[in-house]
Design a protein around this ligand. Structure first.
Ligand SMILES: [Fe+2]
Length: 204
């Protein structure tokens, strides 16, 4: 009786390797189809100079927004003390809102034909927001870091919006004001109220 075997005789070029149509082509690398800092041309009625300037500004705000977003998650995890629960929830809410801004900013950069900065290594090289320690800090310090990051982004986003508006890029200006500035201002209010030293039980 013949013995069944699953092993097929090896034939050069006839195994189920890359020659098979069903075989995924793995571990591929290639050249970049668009280098960072260059623009694809879309028929938007905006000059290359205007689009390049807007993309550069958007990428700066994007980098800082990614860092602020991640600072929110860090503090959502590492917050401590009697206000733990409300802060834990609030910080995550702000994280989610910042995540939406990240997507809007990145997709605006792509819409203009540019390339949105994306990876943490690249963001770390670009952001202007101070790096916190890996360890855990006191609540007032955590909130102060967040507020300083917000203020930095607000100043930057308003200036970028003004520049875009003057250059005729109303779409970028609108995004920066209607989404970025307004959301950041609101979050500043919510955080700032946690730093008011008011009695919890007995009035002074
Ligand atoms: Fe969580």
């Amino acid at each position: 009786m013949a013995t069944m075997t699953h092993a097929r005789p090896m034939q050069a070029g006839k195994d189920a390797g890359p020659q098979s149509e069903a075989q995924p082509i793995l571990r591929q690398r290639g050249r970049e189809i668009q280098p960072y800092g260059t623009l694809a041309k879309y028929p938007l009625g905006l000059s290359e100079e205007v689009r390049a300037e807007s993309v550069a500004e958007l990428n700066q705000v994007l980098s800082d927004t990614i860092v602020l977003r991640d600072l929110y998650k860090k503090h959502h995890w590492q917050v401590s003390g009697p206000t733990f629960y409300s802060l834990h929830l609030l910080l995550d809410k702000h994280y989610e809102e910042q995540t939406k801004l990240v997507d809007l900013l990145a997709e605006r950069a792509q819409t203009l034909g540019g390339i949105a900065i994306a990876m943490p290594q690249d963001v770390a090289e670009t952001t202007k927001i101070e790096r916190p320690p890996r360890g855990r800090e006191e609540v007032p310090v955590q909130l102060s870091r967040l507020l300083e990051a917000h203020e930095h982004i607000l100043v930057e986003a308003r200036a970028a919006a003004k520049k875009a508006e003057q250059a005729g890029d109303a779409g970028t200006a609108d995004l920066l004001v209607s989404s970025v500035v307004r959301a950041n201002e609101m979050q500043v209010w919510f955080l700032s109220e946690h730093l008011v030293d008011t009695p919890l039980v007995r009035a002074k």
